[in-house]
Design a protein around this ligand. Structure first.
Ligand code: 4AZ
Length: 346
């Protein structure tokens, strides 16, 4: 049934509540909620127009038993940045979080910074399975996830958002075979202390997922980002988020003799800078390799492994994300986010 009604609520701008928290479900796409939700900015209770108390006018759309919500990033608003500097990890440059706003920092109680990750939907971070040494026995309440962090050991209350982990989903076939780091992919379902998901801000946005089994041609410039080592033999991780440009390599090149041979399989791809000066390194694991396609950033890779960092013929190896669209859709129950709808069609 459709009807018009006005509901008063604290319109925490653009924050969406996680399913199962008693509030709402995932950020609803316009197609899902009929495009009828509008934050009017008027105060329906007092008429004062106070900024903090908005009225949400539902002009059309199905009535549900859950509370209505403000829009967050949907599958249609992914991969957008407000910073477009050409910052050129090892060989990279410090990057403001606004240039990689999907970048997540995963911490573990006691050991501290653990891995990078990427926000693919308001409640979901994609990362590497090998980040979790204890596999499915990992104590999720010892994990925390931050978005909006430009530096891992600085607190920036205006830009960062902190989450606990409601669910850790490690790919069931991770390391099942004898191929090292095969299926190196995992999902974290995040929730804030208030039971909500990511608030969409300039420093926290979702990245787009390309359609299943798509890949850009070898030679394409992409960007890897992370808080990891600036050099292979560094004593500690980079304090600041860094990003570096790398080029995609063909599978044939990466599987050739001076490279990795059969250590690289179809669930992986390689990327490096032509002069071997830029690369992901220890501590960058789980983080994103993103490529600009028609002005939007799409995540093709998860930092997985490599022989050292920035060594000649030893490129960074990335989990081939587009081999896992179905698995991500199944685990997140968000098929719209994995369908690659924002990917340009020729
Ligand atoms: C690591 O240990 C690691 N050069 C990640 C990426 C690379 C090497 C090591 C790629 O997390």
């Amino acid at each position: 049934m459709l009807l018009n009604r006005t509901v008063s609520l604290q319109c925490a701008p653009l924050r969406t509540a996680c399913p199962g928290t008693g509030a709402a479900t995932e950020a609803l796409s316009p197609s899902q909620h009929g495009g009828g939700n509008v934050c009017t900015g008027a105060n329906s209770k007092t008429g004062s127009g106070a900024q903090t108390d908005w009225a949400l006018t539902i002009t059309a759309g199905p009535v549900s038993t859950v509370a209505p919500q403000a829009p967050g990033d949907t599958e249609l608003t992914c991969g957008e940045t407000t910073q477009h500097q050409q910052y050129r990890v090892v060989g990279g440059m410090v990057a403001p979080i606004e240039s990689q706003p999907w970048m997540a920092a995963i911490f573990q109680k006691r050991s501290g910074f653990l891995c990078g990750g990427s926000l693919i939907a308001p409640c979901w971070v994609l990362t590497a399975a090998h980040c979790f040494q204890d596999g499915n026995s990992t104590t999720t309440r010892h994990l925390s996830v931050y978005l909006g962090k430009s530096a891992i050991n600085e607190t920036d209350v205006d830009r960062e958002q902190r989450f606990t982990v409601e669910q850790l989903v490690i790919h069931p076939k991770y390391m099942e075979s004898n191929v090292k780091y095969n299926n190196d992919i995992a999902l974290l379902k995040i929730r804030s202390p208030g039971g909500e998901c990511a608030l969409r801000t300039a420093s926290a946005r979702t990245v787009c997922l390309p359609p299943a089994h798509t890949m850009l041609p070898p030679g394409m410039e992409c960007i890897v980002a992370g808080y990891g080592n600036e050099r292979e033999r560094a004593w500690h991780y980079s304090q600041y988020l860094r990003q570096a440009q790398v080029k995609l390599l063909s599978q044939r090149t990466c599987k050739s003799k001076p490279y990795y041979g059969n250590l690289v399989n179809q669930n992986m791809f390689c990327a490096a800078s032509p002069d071997w000066s830029s690369d992901a390194c220890q501590g960058d694991s789980g983080g994103p390799l993103v490529c600009n396609v028609s002005g939007r950033m799409f995540m093709f890779g998860v930092v997985s492994w490599g022989d050292g960092c920035a060594r000649k013929y030893k490129p960074g190896v990335y989990t081939r994300v587009t081999n896992f669209n179905n698995w991500i859709a199944e685990k997140t129950e968000l098929p719209a986010f994995t369908a690659g709808v924002m990917y340009p069609t020729k």
